[in-house]
Design a protein around this ligand. Structure first.
Ligand code: NAD
Ligand code: MG
Length: 404
């Protein structure tokens, strides 16, 4: 129950435990004084790291999703922990009756499976994997409505919005958050903040010459590689517009973006009377993760507080949408829905991997994604299986585009 201290420990499954969000999630669990208990940890291929985490956190179940992963580091654990292999392992782990909440923190479209299965089992999902909503936002909320599952935001911007909305109506959760009585109709717009990434001040002419190392050097956030590149192209903000569209059930016209290089204001909600509520804090994912895992129960968090003596200024700059072409692209996908999200997500994943592998220059990423989106045959209401097909198809087409 939001805003109430409950004594019963919440049993957490962490999907993507070896990643950046997974590690921050484990940090939160470790400092929660027993409020949060890790029961399941998953990793794709880093089995040595997973074994180390299993020894430290003593989960009941671990899952290794990559069938090719080296299983040797896990052998000594076989007696003390249940070990599942392959993506199917996730299905079994998240639907176990003793799991209260699932931290969905796998990167990319691969994360949809865990989000889907968790909701199917009626669980609450603390959602870091924004790609789940980009791919299948309306389907996931339909599913949640049928099963009683819920989606709580982990993304810092959406957590800030959740906090701002909850401050006026604590009982509302983001799942249909604002949709509650007297909720959504009181919101004029959301203002998502964006750091602007490492290339905020670069001109369009300079972008073709930036290197992978330049793109990975995010000025304010330390994250996994894929989302760091998405932040540099601003595709991350495009995804966050789509995420907010489904999470808060608001039309894209009501979701604005402002560049805020200091990453102190995590986002804002403007109400119809003109009041603007924001949430401020350090650029540290442990707070939004903790808020989602605890359903907004507040207790001390390992993230350091803001040092107000060091904040000189807080800038808010309107984005140049010509330079940050991903922003209008995101708004378009949020408006279209249907097959567009799956296509954009798949094309982006392939293009980002190609950039990281040195196969395409940085400025081509958004160009390619845009081209793949423009050339696909739009479908209004694809079902889940069809979305997976469209995902595979878009990946193939993007690969072809890159190698031609
Ligand atoms: P990461 O690359 O650091 O970690 C990814 C995790 O996913 C790892 O545990 C890896 O083992 C697992 N994984 C990778 N491929 C997989 C596959 N095919 N199947 C199953 N598991 C797989 O990524 P991250 O930065 O922690 O991001 C995770 C998610 O959280 C992303 O969707 C990202 O957009 C979102 N997110 C991250 C941050 C952040 O600060 N890192 C902030 C907001 C949202
Ligand atoms: Mg974010």
């Amino acid at each position: 129950m939001p805003n109430q201290e409950t004594t019963k420990p919440r049993r957490v499954a962490i999907l993507g435990a070896t990643g950046s969000i997974g590690q921050s999630g484990l940090d939160v669990v470790a400092s929660s004084c027993g409020r949060l208990v890790p029961v399941t940890l998953t990793a794709h291929s880093q089995t040595a790291k997973l074994a180390e985490l299993a020894r430290r956190f003593k989960p009941e179940t671990i899952v290794v999703t990559d069938p090719q992963a080296d299983r040797t580091p896990l052998a000594p654990l076989a007696r003390s922990v249940r070990i599942l292999y392959g993506p199917e392992g996730i299905d079994e782990a998240v639907s176990a009756p003793d799991v209260d909440i699932v931290l969905s923190a796998i990167v990319g479209g691969a994360g949809l499976r865990g989000t889907w299965r968790s909701l199917e089992a009626g669980k609450t999902v603390a959602l870091a994997n924004k790609e789940s909503l980009v791919l299948a936002g309306p389907l996931l909320f339909d599913l949640a409505r049928r099963t009683g599952g819920r989606i709580l935001p982990v993304d810092s911007e959406h957590s800030a919005v959740w906090q701002a909305i909850a401050s006026r109506a604590p009982a509302l959760t983001p799942y249909g958050t604002a949709g509650g009585a007297g909720g959504k109709d009181q919101i004029r717009r959301l203002i998502l903040t964006a750091s602007g990434g490492p290339f905020r001040t670069k001109t369009l002419d300079e972008l073709p010459r930036v290197t992978v190392a330049d793109a990975l050097a995010h000025p304010t956030w330390k994250m996994g590689k894929k989302i760091t590149i998405d932040s540099a192209t601003m595709m991350n903000k495009a995804f966050e517009i789509i995420e907010a569209r489904w999470l808060f059930d608001l039309p894209p016209e009501k979701i604005g973006v402002v560049i805020h290089p200091q990453s102190v204001i995590h986002s804002m909600v403007e109400f119809i009377d003109g009041a603007v509520l924001a949430q401020l804090g350090t650029a540290d994912m442990r707070l939004p993760i903790q808020l989602a895992l605890s359903e907004m129960t507040r207790f001390p968090c390992p993230a350091p507080p803001l040092d107000w003596t060091k904040i000189q200024n807080l800038e808010l700059i309107p984005p140049d949408e010509k330079r940050f072409a991903a922003i209008p692209l995101g708004r378009r996908v949020a408006r279209e829905g249907g097959s567009s999200g799956a296509v954009v997500n798949a094309a982006n994943e392939v293009a980002v991997a190609a950039f990281l592998a040195g196969k395409i220059p940085f400025h081509k990423i958004i160009e390619i994604v845009q081209a793949i989106l423009d050339h696909h045959q739009f479908e209004k209401e694809p079902a889940l299986e069809r979305l997976f097909e469209l995902d595979r198809q878009a990946r193939r087409e993007t690969q072809k585009w890159i190698s031609d």
